[in-house]
Design a protein around this ligand. Structure first.
Ligand code: ATP
Length: 426
């Protein structure tokens, strides 16, 4: 790896942060020379050079003062002395108190449930970052909070088009993210919920129910609670989906980032629920806005990372099978009944969870498919997925399909789900 620039030393005063955007043409090395500092809730080890990939945006924050050394090029790097970190850590302290109370309560009573936090706000308000901090701070104190990511556009557990959950047992690595043992993943197949709002809701419900079952047998997870990241769509149907998520996950704390209006709307609605706190938090001035193109690129990177690893450290397998070896289904979309079968004047409604078998043809090229754990087709909508495959070739004449999978051998399930999630390998 080439590190271009000269070494730069930055002294940070207490409660200040160094905001960095790594240059696009090369990685950046950074180390903590003295003091203590953290990146989004995860402490930096002293004196060890850490490498950050091109384009990464992050902040090194210090509570008590630190000296940082940087080696390499950045798009920007500057020090900020105004951050909302104190208010964020205060939220953490309140959650901590609730976790301790939950731990001290008798198992399987309502009181043994730790805080269920949902982070909401417009796009680029810092939701994922705050989620990450709350999880890392909790994990540092020995809890195992569950991270739920409902953001199908820019999620951080698995590939786009999915909603997922995973326990977080260690502070999240600023570069590598969360080590994933067995995340619980439901594949929606689209990057915007408007493609099939009802299906999105069904999957959110399935995820919540599965977590509920897991929690009931696990006092530690229950007391640790969950932190739920959401999408930046907060208007119209997006707002309805937020309310749906708050209800479905029985959220007890709603953190609203950077939007007065959303906060007061939510306060009005959840007031009637009694035990839900809606807390307004300031957006950090460090959050970097991303346009459509940048988001698209980020999605491509996430898919690439799934198959090849962050640093090309994984070797996916290319497999060739017969058309008849795969059963591919699309969920939703098609009309439920032909017009002729409906009463006069009625419009055919499309059933959001209707399964349609997909005929294999070249339209499947470059699509990413979910491999369902379902044993029967009628279990597909309610089943989570084992992982994903990527279609790289379709040979109509020989009736062969070539796909990329994370590992060799037979797929863990025979039913595949397709939406419109595409990726062009570069
Ligand atoms: P989305 O609209 O995708 O839901 P979001 O609200 O979750 O976005 P984040 O992903 O948390 O926003 O932040 C957007 C970008 O800003 C990320 O690349 C993140 O690393 C960066 N960022 C957040 N806070 C800071 C900070 N204090 N300093 C520098 N960069 C930051």
């Amino acid at each position: 790896m080439a590190y271009g620039g000269s070494i730069k030393k930055v002294k940070l005063d207490k409660e200040c942060e160094l905001r960095v955007e790594v240059a696009l043409d090369g990685p950046l090395r950074l180390r903590l020379l003295s003091g203590t500092a953290e990146i989004f809730g995860t402490e930096l080890p002293p004196e060890i050079w850490l490498s950050f990939p091109p384009g990464l945006k992050f902040a090194v924050f210090t509570w008590y003062g630190a000296t940082i050394e940087m080696d390499g090029n950045t798009e920007t790097d500057y020090t900020a002395d105004e951050t909302p970190m104190v208010s964020y850590v205060n939220v953490h302290a309140v959650l901590e108190g609730r976790r301790n109370r939950a731990k001290a309560s008798a198992t399987d009573t309502d009181d043994s449930q730790g805080p269920r936090v949902i982070v909401v706000g417009p796009t680029d308000s810092g939701k994922s970052t705050l989620t990450r901090m709350l999880l890392s701070w909790a994990a540092k104190q020995g809890w195992k909070p569950t991270f739920v990511d409902l953001d199908i556009g820019q999620g951080s557990i698995t590939i786009p088009g999915s909603i997922a959950a995973t326990p977080v047992e260690l502070p999240i690595d600023p570069v590598e993210g969360i080590p994933l043992e067995m995340p619980l993943v439901y594949f929606y197949g689209h990057i915007t919920p408007s493609a099939n709002i009802e299906l999105y809701k069904v999957l959110v419900k399935e995820l919540a129910q599965t977590l509920e079952r897991q929690f009931s047998g696990n006092a530690e997870s229950r007391a640790s609670g969950m932190v739920i990241n959401t999408m930046g769509w907060i208007e119209g149907a997006g707002y309805e989906l937020l309310l749906h998520a708050i209800d479905t996950f029985k959220a007890t704390v709603v953190l609203v980032l950077g939007q007065e209006k959303l906060c007061s709307m939510l306060r009005g609605v959840v007031k009637s629920k009694g035990n839900v706190d809606v807390v307004k938090l300031q957006k950090s001035g460090g959050v970097v806005s991303r346009n459509v193109k940048v988001r698209q690129k980020a999605r491509g990177f996430r898919i690439r990372e799934y198959f090849y690893g962050l640093t090309n450290d994984l070797s996916p397998h290319s497999n060739i099978v017969n058309f008849t070896d795969l059963s591919i289904f699309r969920v939703g979309g098609g009309p439920q009944a032909p017009r002729s079968a409906l009463p006069i004047g009625a419009e055919p409604a499309s059933d959001p969870t209707r399964l349609t078998p997909v005929t294999i043809n070249r339209d499947l090229l470059h699509l990413v498919l979910g491999v369902s754990y379902a044993k029967e087709p009628d279990e597909i909508v309610s089943s989570n997925v084992a992982g994903f495959i990527y279609i790289t070739d379709i040979d109509i004449q020989r009736r062969k399909i070539t796909y990329l999978a994370p590992c060799a051998g037979e797929l863990p399930g025979k039913f595949l789900i397709v939406g419109n999630l595409t990726w062009v390998e570069t």
